[in-house]
Write a new protein. Structure first.
Length: 208
């Protein structure tokens, strides 16, 4: 899995696992095992732990040793998939999850992949409402509309986590992840692929 060269290294490729229905791990049938992108192997994990302590919704993740057919293949960064089992594990109401990995300079709701429970989207599209608010003229109405669809507190906690972790990987084109909490009627940003402290200490691949 993955688009960059280090995900396809023959000796240590990033992997995606699909487990039998009767044998999930932490309620998850789908797990991503990522070749760590930084030498300390903690750029994502530390940021995720910091976000958890600050009350920010994030993908369940950590580090693990991988063995294939009894052969040790190294330390991997594992993370859950953006889906309903992950939300249940986080004790959140199932709902739509919006994944933005191929966005243009101006966002469009149709450019987001939608996962999770999408049963309520026939009557209301929260991502379209969020984007409509983002592009209103600068002024009080923009922010009134914005905070009526996006949780101000959740966004503030997410931004604080990104600042503290040194995360710069969620830009306007990719690594944008949102969850719509139908119990609150609000969108929340979700921590994903932070690439914080330690990520840029060395060029990719050096010293591996």
């Amino acid at each position: 899995r993955g688009r960059n060269l280090w995900h396809w290294m023959p000796e240590k490729p990033s992997l995606r696992l699909k487990l039998p229905k009767e044998a999930p791990i932490r309620l998850q049938r789908y797990l991503n095992l990522v070749n760590p992108e930084d030498r300390p192997m903690l750029a994502n994990v530390i940021g995720a732990e910091l976000g958890k302590r600050l009350g920010v919704l994030g993908l369940n993740q950590g580090v693990t040793r991988l063995f294939i057919n009894g052969q040790y293949r190294g330390v991997y960064h594992w993370r859950a998939r953006e889906d309903t089992p992950w939300l249940r594990l986080m004790e959140r109401v199932p709902g739509p999850v919006y994944i933005g990995d191929h966005l243009q300079a101006r966002w469009e709701a149709a450019d987001f992949e939608v996962a999770g429970d999408i049963s309520g989207l026939n009557t209301f599209n929260p991502m379209a409402a969020l984007i409509d608010a983002m592009y209103l003229p600068l002024g009080p109405e923009r922010y009134r509309r914005l905070w009526s669809v996006l949780s101000f507190e959740s966004y503030a906690r997410w931004q604080a986590t990104m600042n503290l972790a040194g995360g710069t990987h969620s830009d306007f084109t990719h690594n944008q992840l949102f969850y719509f909490d139908s119990s609150q009627g609000l969108m929340e940003p979700v921590l994903t692929d932070i690439n914080g402290h330690g990520m840029l200490l060395f060029p990719v691949g050096k010293g591996r």
